[in-house]
Design a protein around this ligand. Structure first.
Ligand code: NAD
Length: 253
């Protein structure tokens, strides 16, 4: 897909991987709709890159349905959706205070899995109505899983389950949407230097970074964005989950 002049939607675009992706897509000449639950964050990024900001909780079905016509119009007919909205609270199944509250598990599944599916279904519907581009391609959806989908650590039951869902969704979605010329790919990042990780205590950060074989550091958000650009450009990438992790395999704790 040649990106210049096309429209893109980035969820979680107000921070971290989403903000870096929105920036890279704008630099590639795309019109970008920046979605985030935190309106101020979305606005700050949108202003910086010349995009349009929308405040949306991706897990809110009715709100997304109401807002999507305006979002699609702002993107001028979306050809690319990148789902980066997500949360990663830790919690043991059986903790000091008893069993993990069901609401805590549900919240992670809602944002990470339901939220991803929510925007995906609405964007796929909008993409299906667009004229095909070269090779009959109408659009691309990139979802964000995690290496926790495969090696969830202790305390990551909810997070790993949510990201496992995102990973599993990739192939059936790509198969179904193939007839409409829409590709679906997931990226499973390892450890990336975003507010999600940089909020941890320094020693924890240092030991996490040292656990990456090579390069032994956190990934840079721009490296995630660069993979999104490559997926967009390369039509053979479809229906797969791409690990972006410097050969990291997470240990149990
Ligand atoms: N940083 C990492 O090391 C890492 C590793 C693997 C996977 N991931 C995944 O990458 C994605 C991006 O993470 P990040 O590191 O950039 O985190 P981040 O916290 O910097 O950014 C996430 C953004 O999502 C937004 N968001 C959260 N819940 C939302 C909701 N319900 N609706 C709309 N927006 C919402 C937040 O406001 C925030 O701006 C997440 O799905 C995360 O699980 C991150």
């Amino acid at each position: 897909m040649r990106l210049r002049g096309l429209g893109a939607i980035v969820t979680g675009g107000g921070s971290g991987l989403g903000a870096a992706t929105a920036t890279a897509l704008a630099e590639a000449g795309m019109r970008v709709a920046v979605l985030d639950r935190e309106e101020e964050r979305a606005r700050a990024v949108a202003e910086r890159i010349g995009g349009v900001a929308f405040a949306l909780d991706v897990a809110d079905g009715p709100a997304a349905e109401r807002l999507f016509p305006a979002i699609c119009e702002a993107a001028g007919g979306p050809r690319l959706l990148v789902n980066c909205a997500g949360i990663a609270p830790a919690g043991r199944i059986v903790g000091r205070d008893g069993p993990l509250p069901l609401a805590a598990f549900e919240q992670v599944i809602r944002v990470n899995l339901l939220g991803t599916f929510n925007t995906m279904r609405l964007v796929a519907h909008a993409m299906a109505a667009l004229e095909p581009l070269e090779e009959g391609e109408r659009g691309l959806i990139v979802n964000t899983a995690s290496v926790a989908a495969f090696e969830g650590q202790i305390g990551q039951a909810a997070y790993a389950a949510s990201k496992g869902g995102v990973a599993s969704l990739t192939l059936p979605a790509a198969r179904e949407l193939a007839s409409r010329g829409i590709r679906v790919v997931a990226i499973a990042p390892g450890l990336f230097a975003t507010p999600m990780l940089l909020g941890m205590p320094e020693p924890v950060q240092a030991s996490l970074a040292a656990s990456v074989p090579f390069p032994a550091r956190f990934g840079r958000p721009e490296e995630y964005a660069s993979l999104v650009l490559e997926i967009a450009r390369n039509p053979m990438l479809n229906g797969c989950v791409l690990r972006l992790d410097g050969a990291l395999r997470m240990a149990a704790r």
